[in-house]
Design a protein around this ligand. Structure first.
Ligand SMILES: Nc1ncnc2c1ncn2[C@@H]1O[C@H](COP(=O)(O)OP(=O)(O)OP(=O)(O)O)[C@@H](O)[C@H]1O
Ligand SMILES: [Mg+2]
Length: 276
């Protein structure tokens, strides 16, 4: 069976994926409460439980469940097309893929019934793979735009302290920055909002090794501040060195949930699911 056929396959269960609204009545999704189920013993800071998401008819995220503790960095790994970006987008409540069932909780807030702007207000900060720097605006204007509506996070000066290159280029148009600088701006712009969960989609993609190292050092600093983070990266070894835990996806399902060190130590698993 090809990957595409696998994704197109309907779920095994007779009932199929359940409708969010049928299955999760209001009383089960009250702000201040927590998920009805999760993968650990305690309600986690972030938890997604049995999420199913589709692009049209294509069934992509197939019952993904995992938790993230406060301050933890989790590497979400898997081969091309495994469903990593789709999972991040579902968590950030972007319209596509559409979440058909499952629960997503962040700091006692149910995200699964929300739109992306509401999830953002609740502290989800997605740094997308394509960085989305706004054309025609300077570095500083890109940062200010992030703060146009509450909740405001880091001050712009604090972003410049973390990324001095951005401070030096504050008057430069954002889209004329180098790839690495644009990645810094994309991360800085997200931190300029009040973020509780940072979602990084391939932050090292297309960057020279020396720039990757520079961004890695910054992510270490962000980690030291206790920012709860999910990082998706093709450069799995780099992500595993940064992360506390790893989740491996294959064909839209979780096939491993454990420590980053376990993945580093298991060459067979890396070969099977990450091809490294
Ligand atoms: N907008 C879309 N419409 C239809 N199918 C999509 C769409 N975006 C992604 N897919 C499909 O969903 C599956 C998972 O894609 P996704 O981008 O989540 O994978 P990924 O793990 O992030 O892969 P990569 O490592 O290449 O970034 C793939 O089969 C992909 O073709
Ligand atoms: Mg992707």
């Amino acid at each position: 069976m090809t990957v595409t056929q696998m994704f197109d396959k309907k779920p095994e269960s007779q009932e199929g994926p359940r409708s969010l609204h049928d299955d999760f009545p209001e009383s089960d999704a009250v702000p201040g409460q927590g998920p009805t189920k999760n993968t650990g013993n305690q309600p986690a800071f972030f938890s997604c439980w049995d999420i199913h998401a589709y692009y049209g008819e294509s069934y992509i995220v197939q019952g993904v469940s995992f938790d993230v503790r406060e301050g933890e960095i989790v590497a979400l790994l898997g081969r091309n097309g495994a469903g990593k970006t789709s999972t991040l987008r579902a968590i950030a409540r972007v319209d596509d893929p559409s979440l058909k069932s499952g629960e997503i909780w962040l700091d006692h807030q149910p995200l699964h019934g929300m739109k992306s702007f509401q999830a953002s207000q609740c502290g989800v900060g997605l740094v997308p793979e394509d960085r989305r720097i706004i054309a025609g605006l300077t570095v500083e204007e890109n940062l200010k735009l992030a703060q146009i509506a509450p909740p405001v996070g880091w001050s712009i000066d604090r972003v410049y302290d973390l990324f001095p290159r951005l401070g030096e280029r504050r008057k430069q148009e954002g889209t004329t920055l180098s790839g690495g600088e644009q990645q810094m701006l994309a991360i800085g712009r997200t931190l300029a909002r009040d973020v509780k969960l940072l979602l990084l989609d391939e932050p090292y993609e297309g960057l020279a090794p020396v720039i990757v190292q520079e961004i890695e050092r910054t992510l270490e600093q962000i980690k030291a501040l206790g920012m709860t983070t999910i990082i998706v990266e093709q450069n799995a070894i780099a992500a595993l060195h940064l992360a506390d835990r790893a989740i491996i996806l294959d064909m839209g399902q979780v096939v491993f949930d454990g420590t980053a060190q376990d993945v580093l130590d298991d060459a067979d698993m890396r070969q099977q699911y990450l091809a490294i």
